[in-house]
Design a protein around this ligand. Structure first.
Ligand code: AFP
Length: 357
């Protein structure tokens, strides 16, 4: 029986499109897929491998680490540090840049990653994932510093995620479209199953954590309230809502059938511009979504244009079907121009559609 194209065959085919390619990037992607295979194995074993529960330590964000957060971080570092393709790495789990150990050669790329996203879902057996982004290292810098990583998302050369769900998949873009690969556990290879993923421009499905409703800014309140009014409201159609609390799973759903994902700026913690991190969550997902014909915005501008100022900075994220993202951006502009007053009437402000009555 003929098997499908493997990820390795696919990236070597891509490499042939670049006359001067050294094969270093191809080898880096091979290391990344090995790391994701290893994590997929551990996630799949779960309690059988003693992999569930908290590790008892905190990460740089002050968040409780799950055992699999720590294990996945170690797997990414060990699997990619030796190959000679990276100059340094940044992980959600580490405070500053991770320098390549002296005994290994350095390479031309920087790797930025969230080793296990959605890990609060691990113990309840809900899909989780890994998110990664590849940037070019500055020429002649042997020990890249923080500022070398502070590149806008538009500078990414590769972005991808692994989703560890009913099947384990890798979804990747090199800037020429988005392709999805499913792990065939019998032969241990990722096989192309979702070539050229495209996000439908229109959707009737949105994802947001509505427990934060009282903290949202007016444009987001306006958008969600209109969706909930359905066909009896200004949208003239009914909407469906989802919230998995795992960004990788939400983005994957949107790539496959369209939709909108929002983790907007809120007033819950005025010091934080949002919950999601720019360098290793928002930027890679924004590149993937844009490459699949969608849009990714802070609400006030394109995520890939944001100039980073800190490794672990957070950013508001509104991404998915283009028409919906553009609508929310328009609502932000109308609010700033004071043109959304009809919506800002007491009817909407005091009586929340979620509280009924
Ligand atoms: P964890 O990795 O701490 O579970 O956070 C996951 C996440 O960063 C993202 O994947 C989800 O969309 C979002 O947080 C869920 O946030 P809430 O728990 O506030 O809904």
């Amino acid at each position: 029986m003929r098997r499908g194209t493997t990820l390795t065959e696919f990236i070597i085919g891509e490499q042939r499109g670049f006359a001067h390619a050294s094969g270093g990037f191809t080898a880096l992607v091979s290391d990344l897929q090995l790391a994701c295979k290893h994590i997929a194995y551990l996630v799949g074993k779960g309690a059988l491998a003693g992999a569930l529960g908290r590790s008892g330590s905190e990460n740089v964000q002050g968040e409780q680490q799950m055992k699999l957060d720590v294990a996945a971080n170690e797997i990414f570092l060990r699997t990619t540090q030796w190959g000679g393709h990276l100059a340094a790495m940044v992980s959600e789990e580490l405070d500053g840049p991770y320098q390549i150990p002296k005994q290994y050669p350095r390479g031309r790329y920087l790797l930025v990653f969230d080793p296990l996203d959605g890990s609060s879902n691990i113990d309840v057996n809900v899909s989780v994932g890994s998110i990664f982004s590849v940037l070019r290292a500055p020429e002649g810098v042997s020990e890249p510093a923080t500022e070398d990583f502070l590149q806008p998302g538009s500078a990414q050369v590769c972005a991808g995620y692994a989703i560890y769900g009913p099947t384990s998949m890798l979804v990747l873009t090199f800037g020429r479209g988005v392709n999805g690969f499913t792990l065939d556990r019998e032969i241990g290879e990722f096989i192309i199953t979702h070539p050229d993923l495209r996000i439908p421009e229109e959707t009737s499905e949105f994802a947001i954590n509505t427990s934060n409703e009282r903290f949202w800014e007016p444009p987001v309140n306006r958008y969600v309230a209109e969706c909930l009014r359905g066909r009896s409201g200004p949208r003239g159609k009914d909407f469906n809502m989802r919230w998995i609390a795992s960004m990788v799973a939400e983005v994957h759903r949107i790539l496959v059938r369209g939709g909108l994902f929002m983790y907007p700026r809120d007033t819950k913690d005025p010091k934080r511009a949002g919950r999601l991190r720019l360098l290793y969550e928002a930027n890679p997902m924004a590149m993937i979504v844009e490459q699949a014909g969608g849009a990714a915005s802070t609400g006030r501008g394109r995520i890939l244009d944001v100039a980073p100022t800190e490794l672990h900075q957070r950013v508001p994220v509104i991404l998915g079907s283009k028409a919906e993202v553009e609508r929310i951006e328009r609502y932000h502009r109308e609010h700033e121009q004071g043109l959304d007053r009809p919506f800002a009437s007491p009817l909407f402000n005091t009586r929340s559609l979620f509280r009924g009555g």
